[in-house]
Design a protein around this ligand. Structure first.
Ligand code: NAD
Ligand code: ZN
Ligand code: ZN
Length: 391
């Protein structure tokens, strides 16, 4: 089959690779019909998330048709079913999974000990997300192996097009969880740093959960325009305004009730992010010329408000304003999205027409053109927000 492979930092190639095989009884093999490129893939492409090896297949947002099932797949799935798959690989049985914390499943990352040593923590296995997170082949490919298919794969009826349900795999649950973690009360004002796919779907979700106003911050006018037009959010361009000042002005001096970081590691701060403990400590000292989203979120939030951090981090970030955080009774919540917890309820909302995440798609491309898709997504050419691949 063909697959989009990581070759070296900032180098990708679509190559012929062996087809995936069933390895465990609860595996399924999927023929992929749609796959997307995520902001997190950019952290893998540039090597900021370590332990990528030449030939690793990328991609953790995909859906398709089941072509083969292991003997032990527990319920509901059959060959021929159309399914969308959540990005965290989760067993469904461990203490984390039982509590709905699927992205910290204790049984899906065979390299947990190495991850722990390198990063100080160990998340669940994730498709196409380096050897620290399990070394699983990803879904920017014609076929993929889905471990624990009975937990990760959700059956989709034929009347909903791929474009409407594909993002149940990641960015819709992520944006929704980001909003949910703000514990929104009627009348609340929510601020969101980042107008990428995650930030835009967090904005739509915040309105769905009862926010009165949503304010999205970014530097790209086309992304800010898109989120205004599709969700009704207000926007701030951080290259034109001082963000904390503007937010105070827009909230009668009080600050937003909830502040979502949908940026994560960026620019210099990305290099502050990882590799191994020592390098991270070193690199965390590097300053950046950009405002730092998480720091700004803490400083801008109203007294007693909540910070919801879903942008991806690894390692350390420097100069966290702990005094402001502590003395103003702020709360911070975070995590890789516990996707499986949200897939069914969000599918219901899509079906009822309460939310349609397909508005974020700006590009549809062939699998052969995946490296070009990364280029335009990364460099924000052609007003790119989300690339969908059609293997
Ligand atoms: P993206 O790269 O398309 O969007 C990030 C946006 O942030 C860009 O538009 C960028 O211009 C903007 N930005 C950069 N610095 C900023 C600043 N200081 N203030 C305001 N905006 C700023 O990526 P995406 O796909 O939307 O993903 C966003 C983040 O969420 C990434 O870090 C990604 O790894 C992470 N993510 C996390 C989860 C999870 O489960 N928690 C899931 C998916 C993605
Ligand atoms: Zn992702
Ligand atoms: Zn588990």
């Amino acid at each position: 089959m063909k697959a989009n492979c990581w070759i070296a930092p900032n180098s990708l190639a679509v190559e012929d690779v062996p087809d995936p095989q069933i390895l465990n009884p609860r595996d399924a093999i999927l023929r992929i019909t749609s796959s997307a490129i995520c902001g997190s893939d950019l952290h893998l492409l540039n090597g900021f998330i370590p332990a990528m090896r030449k030939g690793d297949i990328l991609g953790h947002e995909f859906m398709g048709e089941i072509v083969e099932l292991g003997q032990g797949v527990r319920d509901g799935l059959s060959v021929g079913d159309r399914v969308v798959v959540g990005f965290p690989i989760a067993c469904g049985d461990c203490i984390s999974c039982q509590r709905g914390l699927y992205s910290i499943c204790e049984n899906s990352n065979p390299n947990a000990a190495i991850a722990e040593a390198a990063m100080g923590h160990s998340p669940a296995g994730i498709f196409g997300y380096s050897h620290l997170l399990g070394g699983y082949a990803g879904g920017q490919a014609q076929y993929v192996r889905v471990p624990f298919a009975d937990v990760g794969a959700l059956k989709i009826e034929d009347d909903l097009p791929d474009e409407q349900v594909l993002f149940l795999s990641d960015v819709l649950p992520t944006g929704y969880m980001a909003a949910e973690m703000c514990d929104i009360k009627r009348g609340d004002i929510i601020a969101i740093w980042g107008a990428g796919p995650v930030g835009q779907l967090a904005a739509a979700s915040a309105f769905l959960l009862g926010a009165e106003r949503v304010i999205v911050i970014d530097r790209y006018p086309y992304r800010l325009r898109m989120v205004r037009e599709n969700t009704g959010a207000e926007t701030i361009n951080y290259e034109e305004s001082d963000v904390p000042d503007a937010l105070r002005e827009m909230t009668a001096g009080r600050g937003p009730d909830g502040c979502i970081d949908a940026v994560g590691m960026e620019g210099h701060h990305a290099s502050a992010a990882l590799h191994a403990y020592d390098r991270a400590k070193q690199a965390a000292k590097v300053e950046t010329d950009r405002p730092h989203a998480l720091r700004e979120a803490v400083l801008a939030c109203r007294n007693g408000g909540t910070i919801s951090a879903v942008g991806a981090y690894g390692g350390f970030i420097d100069k966290f304003p702990m005094g402001s955080f502590m003395n103003r009774s702020l709360t911070m919540r975070s995590g890789q999205a516990h996707v499986q917890r949200y897939m069914r309820p969000l599918l219901e909302r899509i079906r009822k027409g309460e939310i349609d995440p397909s508005f974020i798609i700006t590009h549809t491309m062939r699998l052969d053109d995946t490296p070009q898709g990364y280029d335009i997504f990364k460099s924000k050419q052609e007003d790119c927000v989300k690339v969908v691949l059609k293997p």
